[in-house]
Design a protein around this ligand. Structure first.
Ligand code: DC
Length: 217
């Protein structure tokens, strides 16, 4: 049982996927973290995230420790992630890991919740439940500034908004696995919704699509 939640940065995917995973007792994979870890590894080695050879080497060498690097939530890591994510060969290396996670969710869980950009379109095209969260860039920038400030980082709204727009443009226009809703995804605009309302809308959709398949917790 696979649930995919895709969408642009700060649309509310993290919160929703954590709640869904907890509610159903499923494993959760933050696929953006994989791309961030690859980008961060390239930067740490003094390389350029747009350099294919450096990015592919970093993807192949990715280790569990890389997923815990303290800088991963920074805007610098986000930008590097978006750059390595545009490289087909990097996506190929990470695709294998993600498909394996879907086929055999860790801990013997009966299902998995994916948080990403292409998890409903490319990684798990046969997922039973596909959601696509979006929100206006202005609202997403306000949320991202708040998140960064909670982490103790300095964040200026105008700059964060600009970076979000650049990242959106790169993620939606790239040739490989661009950010877009799957045809069978429910699109939820979270601009005027809080996390409880988004969770309720997702649960409604899930129970309408798969009333008998889901374990109730
Ligand atoms: O969700 P995030 O902000 O952690 O993602 C960081 C970047 O990684 C994002 O700009 C695009 C890329 N990404 C991707 O291309 N495919 C995914 N499934 C997840 C993230």
């Amino acid at each position: 049982m696979i649930i995919t939640v895709d969408g642009p940065a700060a649309a509310g995917k993290g919160e929703l996927t954590q709640r869904l995973a907890k509610h159903f007792g499923f494993a959760r994979l933050d696929t953006g973290k994989l791309y961030r870890a690859v980008g961060w590894r390239v930067l740490a080695g003094g390389g350029d995230p747009e350099n294919e050879a450096a990015a592919v080497d970093a993807a192949k060498a990715l280790a569990a420790d890389d997923l815990e690097a303290p800088g991963l939530r920074s805007e610098e890591a986000a930008e590097a992630a978006s750059k390595v994510a545009a490289i087909q060969a990097v996506r190929g290396v990470l695709l294998e890991f993600q498909r394996h996670f879907a086929a055999a969710p860790p801990g013997g869980r009966k299902g998995a919740v994916f948080d990403g950009r292409d998890t409903g379109t490319v990684v798990c095209p046969d997922a039973m439940i596909k959601l696509f969260l979006t929100a206006s860039p202005e609202v997403r920038a306000i949320r991202r500034v708040k998140q960064l400030q909670e982490q103790g980082a300095e964040a200026i709204h105008g700059r964060v908004l600009q970076e979000l727009k650049e990242r959106d443009a790169r993620d939606t226009t790239r040739n490989v696995a661009p950010l877009k809703p799957a045809e069978d995804a429910l699109v939820i605009d979270t601009s005027d919704m809080d996390a409880d309302a988004v969770f309720a809308a997702a649960l409604d959709f899930i129970s309408s699509q798969a009333p008998d398949q889901l374990p109730k917790s």
